[in-house]
Design a protein around this ligand. Structure first.
Ligand SMILES: Nc1nc2c(ncn2[C@@H]2O[C@H](COP(=O)(O)OP(=O)(O)OP(=O)(O)O)[C@@H](O)[C@H]2O)c(=O)[nH]1
Ligand SMILES: [Mg+2]
Length: 443
């Protein structure tokens, strides 16, 4: 994905409080037509801009038709939106337009081009005021009281800008089949964005990207761009190689600033039916750029030949300090038969054998963590999910299922809130894993 599109693709964009929402129909349509004109003129006609404009079209035009403008109409429309001498109280419109253009195209040169076109209709004093808005968008200074009427839009733009300026933290997730890679991604995102199944499931690489704030929409870029991806669209996303999905990540841990993150889901490496999967997974391991690698082990199936073979392969191809091991599905353990502590010790010993001096091993129930985030965010659950949730809540309330005690450095794990769900977030193991992956706590 080219850089500009990549930056646009991960922005949050809410029109909930948009000032034109309550304007008269005629004004709304006029505004939309001019906005579309500016975006196309200044940024060119791109798939992304079209997808974004659709969001505005829905709000401003709805079922009405917005005419394509002749040159003369456009000039008249432009005057009435940018500087209508007969309706001077509409002076705010040009500021909102600049804000919307910036939110859609992001690129500073394009915004300046829009500013330049508008200035042809403005007096010197009016131009100076508009220039102040443009420089405010690209600075972090306190917003002048003269711009308070459009402060929400300025903040929305600045948040996106600062977010996209960050360096991306890239995390690749790898494992054998059905270890729970995709479930772990869903748990980290806090939504069902990746397809999971008991059978060989993920076929292609898929990138999951964080957005700066929750605006209620999930973006999908496969062969087309869809800014309102629904569950079914997401579930078929990995049919295409290298799809991107952007969604706000609901983290258990509190982050001072939203972080720019990319999680890379890969197919199971030992698929016997489809050998292509394994090749793709190994190629990703060698060729993708990533800062950290999460290797997921299925705690119910430890020590298999496939596992040892792949662990060896990973140890030969990935710098050891990049790797975080996750021991998943510990919710299946029964306290009388299985010992969590012994399993972790066994895994550590195997790893030491393979040359890892002091491996980071995080015990986890990815599935419980996902259910917990869904519950905490008021998402609807199927009957099966609700049953599983109730069962796990009961199980993890017992101290022997507190997985956080096995996390490296457990005393750093202090949840933000003291309620029961926050305590369970820590016990599920995901809180500690988030600290290690995002929060800079290493071992
Ligand atoms: N009990 C339990 N089941 C889990 C957990 N994580 C994943 N599962 C289940 O394990 C199965 C496989 O999970 P996936 O997330 O699809 O595994 P994957 O590693 O992405 O699989 P492939 O893409 O096929 O390689 C699904 O039925 C999940 O519901 C967990 O923490 N606990
Ligand atoms: Mg998968």
């Amino acid at each position: 994905m080219e850089n500009n599109l990549r930056n646009n693709f991960i922005t949050s964009h809410s029109l909930v409080g948009h000032p034109l929402k309550w304007a008269k129909k005629k004004t709304r349509i006029q505004y939309y037509v001019i906005l579309e004109y500016f975006v196309n003129q200044c940024a060119g006609i791109t798939k992304y801009a079209n997808a974004r404009l659709l969001q505005y079209h829905t709000m401003l035009v709805g079922d009405e038709t917005a005419d394509v403008l002749t040159d003369r109409d456009r000039d008249l429309n432009m005057r009435s939106m940018v500087n209508d001498r007969l309706r001077p109280w509409m002076w705010k419109y040009r500021f909102w337009l600049i804000n919307d253009i910036a939110l859609i195209v992001a690129d500073k040169t394009a915004v300046e081009k829009a500013q330049e076109i508008m200035q042809r209709y403005l007096s010197k004093r009016q131009s100076t005021a508009l220039a102040m808005l443009v420089s405010t968008l690209y600075s972090d200074e306190v917003v002048s009281h003269k711009l308070h009427f459009t402060e929400d839009m300025i903040h929305q733009y600045r948040l996106n800008r600062k977010f996209t300026e960050q360096q991306e933290l890239r995390v690749l997730i790898t494992a054998n089949m059905s270890a729970g890679k995709s479930t772990l991604i869903n748990a980290l995102v806090g939504k069902q964005v990746a397809r999971t199944s008991q059978e060989a499931c993920t076929a292609n690489l898929c990138h999951f990207l964080n957005k700066p704030v929750e605006d209620g929409s999930i973006h999908l870029l496969g062969s087309e761009i869809n800014l309102y991806a629904e569950y079914d669209d997401l579930m078929s996303a990995d049919n295409v190689d290298g799809s991107d999905i952007a969604s706000y990540f609901r983290t258990f841990i509190h982050l001072e600033m939203p972080r720019r993150i990319c999680l890379i889901d890969t197919p199971g490496v030992n698929s016997a039916i489809n050998q292509e999967h394994g090749k793709r997974a190994r190629r990703a391991l060698r060729e993708e750029h990533y800062d950290k690698l999460i290797y997921v082990l299925n705690a119910n199936q430890l020590g298999t030949d496939d596992e040892i073979r792949y662990l060896k392969y990973v140890s030969e191809h990935v710098p050891k300090d990049k790797i975080i091991f996750v021991l998943n599905k510990l919710d299946n353990f029964k306290s009388t038969d299985d010992s969590i502590a012994a399993s972790i010790e066994g895994v550590r010993n195997d790893l030491v054998h393979l040359g890892y001096e002091d491996p980071v091993v995080c015990p986890l129930s990815a599935y419980f963590a996902l259910l917990l985030k869904m519950k905490m965010n008021g998402e609807a659950m199927t009957e099966d999910e609700q049953d599983a949730y109730d069962y796990y809540v009961k199980k993890f309330s017992r101290s022997e299922y507190d997985l956080s005690v096995y996390i490296p450095n457990p005393n750093t794990l202090v949840p933000a809130a003291e309620d029961k769900q926050s305590a369970l977030a820590v016990r599920s193991g995901l809180y500690g894993l988030e600290k290690i992956v995002y929060g800079g706590i290493n071992r």
